[in-house]
Ligand binder design. Structure first.
Ligand code: IPM
Ligand code: MN
Length: 351
């Protein structure tokens, strides 16, 4: 029995989570797995009603009582930007020490990519984004606010421990993945000479000592985005700091067919992890039954994989691929040729 905390969240979050849960129930029946889903009404609505974003007691429950967390989307048009993101999503990442943000960029057969002459053979890599440090650590402040002498500082915090555990995860992931066995460090050693000095040193130090079977490669972040468009087939595993990882994975989502298909995991390899579609709450599509649930269903597959249920994970992934290649006209909201619910039903049919 797996105990899963479910946070449908805001906007279209609940619509896509519903399909994800449907698929989990179905694959559970097929594979003999049982799930106990406990729902939490965290998000914009609750905040507007009660002023609570993430009560400490809920955080403690999430930390201690679950095998995984399944999150829909966070972000509400009536709530000032930053409150829910920092108070809920980022707080969960920090407090649960979800130090890896794993974001596969994989083009499934039959899915359109904006990249000319590139297909599933060329677009298949994984971004390992550090998820607890960098500019996201929140170091900095504003001084003399509102005056002509105002100063705003936002610093990047990278620790040896934080960098090393992220790099090790990336090397080990490349080994397990067993494809090109290559890790590309994405940085900016020519300008961010402190932070990436640390990243680069640790990269080569542990790479040489503990992962001699893995090829080490380096690309500046600006070059990385260029290669992601021009030669995505060069990549296998890209490892990078938090902010760069945030930015390049939106591009990654686009080349794999869009936000409708992009899934991710916030992982603490030693604790409870959280899985989510990369896209946001999409207020303009809310309640219309038109957004693509495949990203959220893909996040469920990643969750199964993380729980060690490899067969179930593969089954869901295969069903998603089948739905992409034989049914959906597009991955985009309103253009799929099916409703959100029908796409969930199709995945269940192909399980
Ligand atoms: C993401 C999102 C978040 C981030 C926001 C919502 C805080 O963009 O998960 O990529 O910046 O990490
Ligand atoms: Mn982002």
């Amino acid at each position: 029995m797996y105990k899963i905390a479910v946070i449908p969240g805001d906007g279209t979050g609940p619509e896509v989570i519903r399909e994800g849960l449907k698929v989990l129930e179905a694959v559970g029946t097929a594979e003999g797995l049982k799930f106990d889903f406990v729902h939490y009404d965290l998000g914009g609505e609750r905040y507007l009603r009660t002023g609570e974003v993430l009560p400490d007691s809920v955080l403690e429950e999430l930390r201690t009582q679950f095998d995984a967390i399944y999150l829909g989307a966070i972000g509400h048009p009536d709530v000032k930007p930053g409150i829910l993101e920092k108070g809920l999503l980022l707080r969960l990442r920090f407090e649960l020490d979800l130090y890896i943000n794993l974001r596969p960029v994989k083009l499934y057969p039959g899915v359109d990519t904006p990249l000319k002459d590139k297909g599933p053979e060329e677009i298949d890599f994984v971004v390992v984004r550090e998820n607890t440090e960098g500019q996201y650590a929140g170091a900095g402040g504003i001084l003399r606010k509102g005056t002509p002498h105002e100063i705003a500082i936002q610093e990047s915090v990278c620790t040896r421990m934080g960098v090393e555990r992220c790099l090790r995860y990336a090397f080990e992931y490349a080994r397990r993945r067993n494809k090109k066995k290559k890790v590309t460090l994405c940085g900016k050693t020519n300008v961010l000479t402190y932070v990436f000095d640390l990243w680069e040193r640790v990269f080569h130090e542990i790479g040489e000592k503990d992962y001699p079977d893995i090829t080490r490669d380096y690309a500046h972040v600006d070059a990385t985005v260029m290669w992601m468009v021009k030669n995505p087939e060069w990549f296998d595993v890209i490892v990078t700091e938090n902010m760069f990882g945030d930015i390049i994975t939106d591009l990654g989502a686009m080349i794999q067919g869009g936000m409708g298909i992009a899934a991710g995991g916030n992982i603490n390899p030693e604790g409870v992890s959280m899985f989510e579609p990369i896209g946001g709450s999409a207020p303009k599509y809310t309640g219309k039954n038109v957004v693509n649930p495949l990203a959220c269903i893909g996040a469920a597959a990643m969750m199964l994989e993380n729980l060690g249920e490899t067969n179930a994970a593969q089954r869901v992934e295969n069903a998603i691929q089948k739905v992409c290649s034989t049914h959906l006209k597009s991955m985009a909201a309103g253009k799929m040729g099916y409703t959100t619910q029908e796409v969930g039903d199709l995945v269940v049919r192909y399980l």
